[in-house]
Design a binder for this molecule. Sequence first.
Ligand SMILES: O=C(O)CCC(=O)C(=O)O
Length: 360
Amino acid sequence: MSCLRLQDWPEPIVRVQSLSDSGLPVVPDRYIKPPSQRPSLDSASPTESSIPLIDLGGLFGDDANLRASIINRISEACTDWGFFQVVNHGVSPVLMDQMLQVWRQFFHLPIELKQVHANSPRTYEGYGSRLGVEKGAILDWSDYFFLHYLPSSLKDYNKWPALPNSCREVIEEYGKELVKLCTILMKVLSINLGLGEDYLQNMFGGDDIGSCLRVNFYPKCPQPDLTLGLSSHSDPGGMTLLLPDDRVAGLQVRKGDNWVTVKPAKHAFIVNIGDQIQVLSNAIYKSVEHRVIVNSAEERVSLAFFYNPKSDLPIEPAKELVTPDRPALYPPMTFNEYRLYIRTKGPCGKSQMESQKSPR
Ligand SMILES: O=C(O)CCC(=O)C(=O)O
């Protein structure tokens, strides 16, 4: 894939928030999805019985039975859903609220203050309004801010918003806490796959892992039944911790032929398996497709923290999980090579994972 294609956006960037604020009564054609991809809003109310809700409190205590049962619930959630919510995860609820608050404030700054962070497809860092560089693509009804947290060599405070005043400090603290939680979850996943507890972390590069944050902003939409806030995709990285808006639902997870709307629990993180763990687990765990619906009454914000392998390490199925009955499903590939696909084409369901399968 040529790097030239990622030099710049193929068309002038339009901020979805400006479209929404202009009060236009219809969604412009660029955002209208083909009928097969449109959401069915009649059945979009969040249900209690969606992805599993797991209390992690006992993971940190002395009760071995409780610990084993939590680890087991995570195992079931990874196999059945690829998604689960966690509460009592150790991250301060105050910090979570602050993080949502500073980002709401950021998106409500005057446009010229946000424009100084306008991004390009070269690194995606900054303020963006599209994923993918295909000219004429149907776009999603959202703006976002993308930044690197790790490795330290990519962390650049100058590329993070300077306003609101506390923004950089809050992001720094939040990143530190989330990396800790990811490290714990990686151990649980490793144990559940029958690997040594540090296996996945080591395959990700040990202390050299990558992590980045995408803050999604979904403005109010005049015709939410015609578009999506974020098209169906699986996450290209390792594992994602999503902090959803505590006021508005919007995330839908694929379950068979259905889309299940997630009801966010108070101060919970939504955890999901990304493509790199699907590869390392030789598809014992699947990265599951998800998408976001929007609505006409409320804007929505969400924070996706991506925990990724070191970008230049080849990732392939763990040898321990490859057997004559279950040969390696994927050839080795670095995360840098892998993510070029979504960076070029935008979110496309699971088409990339499918296309990576080793020929049989
Ligand atoms: O906004 C959401 O609930 C989900 C966001 C998401 O899937 C992503 O950022 O990859």
